[in-house]
Design a protein around this ligand. Structure first.
Ligand SMILES: Cc1cc2nc3c(=O)[nH]c(=O)nc-3n(C[C@H](O)[C@H](O)[C@H](O)COP(=O)(O)OP(=O)(O)OC[C@H]3O[C@@H](n4cnc5c(N)ncnc54)[C@H](O)[C@@H]3O)c2cc1C
Length: 374
């Protein structure tokens, strides 16, 4: 591919001269940041640099749960974090979903307000009614919504799960089409005159009084401001970011599939949903936390076999099915389950570390990041 130094006058005038804002990363956060920057800066030149021919991190790989906290996930969070920090993150996820639907029309991304169910196997502890009541009380304080969580055993029977004793319903969660979300964000950015340079990898950057020099695989670029939205791939620049790979599989279409909606298991470490008449099933990072710090887009036998076992024994017992294919994506986690939105000097800022929450939280992080220099 041609280096920037060989671009024509026309190409330079549109893409590389006089850049006001450069964003690294065309994921949910990068594109949301760009759209919010455009609202406040109608004539600014905004460029998104993306190393892949498609976004190549988590935003095109995820399970498409529009979620803000299943009961067992929240219980796990309370064991690791202070209560107020857990609720701050839940509030941010809820706000983020509202923000997301202000950027994209929910119908255009096939949003389904299908609810979610947190399923409890027969060998697991159930939650106490007091704990569910506490969750509902806090959710009411945050959102004004009543009875968000409730126990629902009928769903287990309807879906035909095996070895499951109960389920906790969250009536406000839902599902989206992940590919359509990225397509819609891309379309909106393009309509707003935000330019993409795909296939350009940022190698390093330096801040000067006058702006930022960005060194890329296609040569240097100058920009007044730089926003880094590379999630796990920001770990070389900031402390407390660790890559967390997540693996997924999808079945071939299944006749008369009774499993409808989004489902969580084991504190959110496993998740599955129907996509039409297929099941998409992911998780299992807790089987090999160390191995899953890899940034390689690979799948592993140990995790894929566990997913298959749950699929055959618990989710669809006695149903003939075939796995169509598997994939992985790379998330970012840290000591706190909270994004980092941080200015590191007067010209450079980061919006990274979305954990497994980026669908909900990404648009809100983009909004906050877009205001960081004002
Ligand atoms: C399998 C899986 C399932 C998930 N399920 C859900 C879910 O159901 N619900 C939910 O809310 N969240 C889920 N997540 C998490 C969610 O996808 C992420 O939190 C979110 O996509 C992060 O968005 P982002 O824009 O911060 O990062 P990314 O989507 O990772 O985008 C970062 C971009 O930066 C680019 N980049 C990196 N380095 C460079 C460089 N040097 N130069 C140029 N470009 C660079 C990458 O190619 C990438 O496109 C899941 C994640 C995975 C992997």
């Amino acid at each position: 591919m041609l280096p920037f130094s060989k671009l024509s006058f026309w190409e330079r005038s549109i893409y590389t001269d006089g850049i006001d804002f450069t964003i690294i990363g065309a994921g949910i956060v990068g594109m949301s940041t760009a759209l919010h920057l455009r609202k406040a800066n109608p004539s600014a030149k905004i460029i998104i640099l993306e190393r892949g021919y498609l976004p190549t991190g988590a935003s095109t790989k995820n399970a498409g749960f529009a979620c803000f906290g299943s009961p067992t996930e929240l219980k796990d969070d309370f064991a690791k974090m202070k209560k107020h920090a857990v609720w701050e993150t839940v509030a941010m996820r809820l706000e983020g979903l509202t923000e997301l639907f202000s950027l994209v029309d929910p119908t255009s991304i096939q949003y389904e307000a299908c609810g979610s169910w947190d399923i409890i196997r027969e060998d697991e502890d159930t939650l106490t009614p007091d704990f569910l009541a506490y969750l509902n009380e806090k959710l009411f304080e945050i959102s004004g919504e009543t009875s968000v969580y409730s126990e629902d055993k009928t769903k287990i029977l309807d879906a035909g799960f095996h070895g499951v004793k109960t389920a906790y319903h969250n009536r406000l969660e839902g599902a989206i089409h992940t590919g359509k979300l990225i397509e819609e964000l891309h379309r909106s950015c393009t309509n707003e005159g935000i330019h993409f340079l795909f296939g350009v990898e940022v190698v390093s950057f330096e801040s000067f009084d006058s702006g930022v020099e960005i060194h890329t695989s296609m040569g240097p670029l100058q920009s007044a401001k730089l926003m880094v939205c590379t999630n796990a791939f920001a770990k070389d620049y900031l402390d407390d970011i660790q890559a967390a790979r997540a693996q997924v599989l999808v079945t071939k279409p299944i006749a008369n599939l009774a499993v409808k909606g989004t489902f969580h298991m084991e504190s959110g470490y496993y998740y599955f949903r129907n996509v039409g008449n297929r099941i998409l099933f992911g998780g299992g990072r807790n089987l090999d936390f160390a191995g899953e710090t890899s940034t390689e887009f690979e799948t592993t036998l140990v995790i894929q076999e566990k997913l298959k076992q749950y699929l055959h024994e618990l989710i669809l017992p006695n149903t003939p099915l075939e796995i169509d294919y598997s994939w992985s994506g790379i998330m970012a986690v840290g000591s706190e389950k909270k994004p980092i939105i941080q200015k590191t000097n007067k010209n450079i800022a980061f919006g990274v570390r979305m954990g497994g929450m980026g669908v909900a939280i990404g648009a809100s992080v983009g909004k906050q990041l877009s205001k960081i220099f004002s």
